[in-house]
Write a protein that binds this ligand. Sequence first.
Ligand code: FAD
Length: 324
Amino acid sequence: MYDLIVIGAGPAGFTASIYASCFGLKNLVIGKMIGGQLSYAPDILNYPGFEEISGVELTEKMLNQAKKRGGEIVMDMVYEISKIEGGFHLKTQDGKEFDARTIILATGVERRKLNVPGEIEYTNKGIQYCATCGRFDYLQSVAAVVGGANAACQTAAQVAHSAKKVYIVYRSSELRCDEIWKKHMVEHPNIEMIYNANVVEILGDGQKLTKIKISIKDPSASSLQTKELAIDRLFIEIGGVPGTALLIPLGVKMDPGGFISVDEKLSTSVAGVFAAGDVVGHRYSIEQITSAVGSGARAASYVFSFLKQQIAPTLWGSSQIKRN
Ligand SMILES: Cc1cc2nc3c(=O)[nH]c(=O)nc-3n(C[C@H](O)[C@H](O)[C@H](O)COP(=O)(O)OP(=O)(O)OC[C@H]3O[C@@H](n4cnc5c(N)ncnc54)[C@H](O)[C@@H]3O)c2cc1C
């Protein structure tokens, strides 16, 4: 039986494993994709210690460090977790089964996609799902942000700071963000709102995106008008889907946004199950690598304390402890 199984091989999961190994815990990381979202990041400029590094390279470094410290890494997908005496039983897609005393869920968030033609082709070639990621070279560029909640408005404000023009393309007739952001969007000279609009296609020259095709609904005439916008950047900010489905049968509580509810020790409502990284939502994470690694480290240290308190007789039995 493992002391800890970490589900998710992104920055939170690797860090949890590194710390768990340093605490002397026998640990296994199971991730359906090595690196998680990190592996999509083309150019990371905000992770301390590396002035500039690609997501693939940083993934490789985290993976090697986790292995070197003693963590086992398996590329597979966990589809079932059940409670057993003294821990949990996990089943994976590849037909493997594992037991662990504790679990850290670090399954991240899957960014919602538009699912329109051109989206896959131009991802990282003008399309971004994260404005704080990558370079801030929006000067003289024209950008569009899709979405109408706080994240979309914050992205628009951030991009408009240096871009020539920013369109907000939103499917409803009114923004869904806080009042302060609404005011900012309306008053900003570089931001133009396009309401009742959906992106239907993303077009480019093969190397980078050059325009989007949007369909705008005229509510009074109930007709649709199609329009093309020439842009250099497209930010898709329509939320994310946390990887929590796995925990629902265990009875782990979620917050109203569908993220895992945790206490200040990153413990879920089920004893022995912890969570770290983007999957815990905005209260404990800012959906960035720094935040994910921080919570991965914290979760592993709380697992260590939990095991010490819960199963001290088997792990740190008094007969094994030398006392002066
Ligand atoms: C294009 C892009 C660029 C980015 N650039 C930056 C940047 O420059 N700087 C920055 O700080 N942040 C950046 N981010 C954000 C950053 O990557 C995330 O905040 C970070 O990766 C979150 O880490 P995590 O470990 O919580 O989750 P993730 O990285 O999402 O990892 C989750 C892991 O869980 C796995 N998983 C899910 N379900 C299961 C299951 N049932 N069984 C097994 N495994 C499972 C996934 O496959 C994955 O391995 C970027 C994100 C994207 C998409």
